[in-house]
Design a protein around this ligand. Sequence first.
Ligand code: PMP
Length: 325
Amino acid sequence: MLRLNKVTNHIPGEFYTKFEAHNPGHSSKDRIAAYIIDKAEKDGKLKPGDTIIETTSGNTGFSVAMACVIKGYKCILAVSNKSSKDKISLLKTMGAEVHVCPSNVASTDPRSYYEVAKRIHKQIPSSIYINQYFNSLNIDAHYYSTGPEIWNQTKGELTHLVACSGTGGTISGSARFLKEQNPNIKIIGIDAYGSVIQKYHETGEFDEEEIYPYRIEGLGKNLIPAATDFEAIDRYVKVSDEDSAFAAREIAKKEGMFVGYTSGAALHGVRLLAEEGEFTKSSKVVIIFPDHGSRYMSKIYSDEWMAEQGFTTPEEKQPISKPIK
Ligand code: PMP
């Protein structure tokens, strides 16, 4: 847990980040890989030499692949073609077999990474499929680790938790634990324009009209993940690709923290909330920064990539996040 000293100075309250890049696999996903694999071993579902399969935007894959190297399992990953080249190379470096699948198809399409992973799982009898979007152990992993850590590290004084919502495991598990300690803690999820999550939370409806391609990896979804406990979350805020990219770059330059794309999304979400007057002098806000910036060198930390996306300089930007179709 680190205090933010510059990027939130204009906002009332104290702001802290749970900076998950310091985990051995450089992201929050170490927690679910360790928890789910340990549990499968204890339940007798894994023996040495077995295969672990997962669908992943990259970070879970890296954590699972790392655990497989250490524990002697084979690792097969179905990855979206939206994932950065850096992430895919990292997975292969960790010895994983990687299947790159199109991101612009429905989750039920046989080419989607969900269907590819399911097919491989069926073909290999001595395998487990982690299935992070639909596995309640994803929530439990954070209920037993992230939630208690946040509670203890803030001495129970936090007023808000702001976290990105992809599978929803991080926010849901942390929220369940924190709300048990103090139901007044406000839990706010960050969603992307192009994702169905916020609308589903507000209306209970899955609205296909909300779906269009966006660039942030690991945040938002085109389906409703069972690993999200919508009841535990108070509200969602949507952020754009462009604002999130600039916010991540700003965190590196002003705080000296080399964060991933969704950390920028989380900071931008906090700023939008601040514009609404969400925070007061007595707010103690914890923001989760899920991973490390090194995985985005060819994306948000490349000036050429930023220019190719048509992302203008921060000075020219509007103060309020807008959807980019
Ligand atoms: N940020 C990044 C970079 C991620 O990879 C993920 C996981 N998909 C998240 C945020 C969101 O975490 P969760 O899946 O626990 O909601």
